[in-house]
Design a protein around this ligand. Structure first.
Ligand SMILES: [Fe+2]
Length: 322
């Protein structure tokens, strides 16, 4: 009989880690569980929220259940009446998203207003334009001790046209890569797999951030939760010069074009995505004089509570999908 693991810390010491390349048995069990979640319709990802100021235990459970399986959920507020940034921050806290990341373009409360900006400082970054945003996981340029594990995107107002997101659970891309060649995973776990050069776009060429090298796939210390650092942009990224890294990178590019697990969604006013920082992109969009696309984005060093791999493996072993 399989031992039941009670804590995440204990988990990383056991032989139940599906991300251990030498553990085919745990991997197969976890893989079957993930694949059972597909095909996935968007309706299965949507959880309705009655009042963001008074989230019920049932709503919280439903949100976590969807994220536990798919690393993401789409919430839908009951009406288009908007939530304030403070209410969104409190909502995130209920899901264990607390340690918020501050970036150079975020507002004073550390929640970023994503909209077309006239500011010269912001305009150099694509998120603050109406241009297409290529596939990435957030914060891939952050230091390794400040990786983004959880993220919330709330739509205040959609664009007149465009501005759709594509979403891909990073664990599904892990499965597709590992099934093709486990050496791809080994190469992508190398600490020099992907290097982001320094950002010298500050005033008078000041350095905003130093060089940041790191793996694409890593397991969080203590919990063994899978994390993915990735950007599809070809400029300003140095990939390790190695046969398997190049082949793995080409395979990722291919999958981001054709994976059957990609979901496409256009958030409406009062809707949002909460995720364990998975891969996403954004199409270009058009605003009008009367309607400007505005999304609030909050990034966290925390993963959504109760979605750790330890708990998922307990669930898999007990064969209970709660
Ligand atoms: Fe993003």
């Amino acid at each position: 009989m399989t031992k039941t693991v009670t804590t995440a810390t204990e988990f990383s010491m056991t032989n139940e880690n599906p991300f251990d390349l030498d553990n085919a048995e745990a991997y197969q069990k976890w893989r079957d569980h993930k694949l059972a979640g597909y095909p996935l319709s968007l309706q299965q990802l949507v959880v309705k929220i009655g009042d963001i100021r008074a989230i019920s235990d049932q709503e919280l459970k439903a949100l976590k259940r969807v994220i536990r399986q798919h690393n993401m959920v789409v919430y839908q507020l009951a009406s288009e009446s908007q939530a304030s940034k403070a209410e969104i921050r409190q909502f995130a806290r209920l899901l264990g998203l607390d340690r918020i990341d501050n970036n150079i373009c975020s507002d004073e409360d550390s929640i970023t207003s994503l909209q077309v900006s006239d500011s010269a400082q912001k305009r150099i970054y694509i998120p603050y334009t109406n241009r297409r945003l290529s596939w990435h996981a957030d914060g891939y340029y952050n230091p390794l001790d400040k990786q983004i594990r959880g993220m919330l995107l709330h739509c205040v107002q959609p664009a007149v046209k465009g501005g759709e997101n594509m979403l891909l659970d990073h664990e599904m891309i892990y499965i597709q890569l590992r099934d093709e060649n486990p050496d791809y995973i080994r190469a992508l776990m190398h600490p020099q797999a992907m290097i982001i050069p320094p950002n010298n776009e500050g005033e008078q060429g000041d350095q905003i951030r130093g060089e940041q090298a790191g793996p694409v796939f890593s397991l969080e210390n203590g919990t063994a939760n899978l994390h993915m650092r990735y950007s599809a942009r070809s400029r300003n990224i140095i990939w390790r010069d190695d046969v398997n890294t190049s082949a793995a990178r080409a395979k990722i590019t291919d999958l981001l074009d054709s994976s059957p697990y990609i979901l496409r969604y256009r958030l409406g006013a009062g809707q949002g995505v909460i995720c364990n920082n998975l891969l996403h992109n954004r199409t270009s969009f058009e605003d009008s004089d009367a309607q400007h696309r505005l999304l609030y984005r909050a990034r966290f060093y925390d993963r959504v509570a109760d979605t750790a791999i330890a708990g998922i493996m307990n669930q898999v072993n007990e064969n209970v999908i709660s």
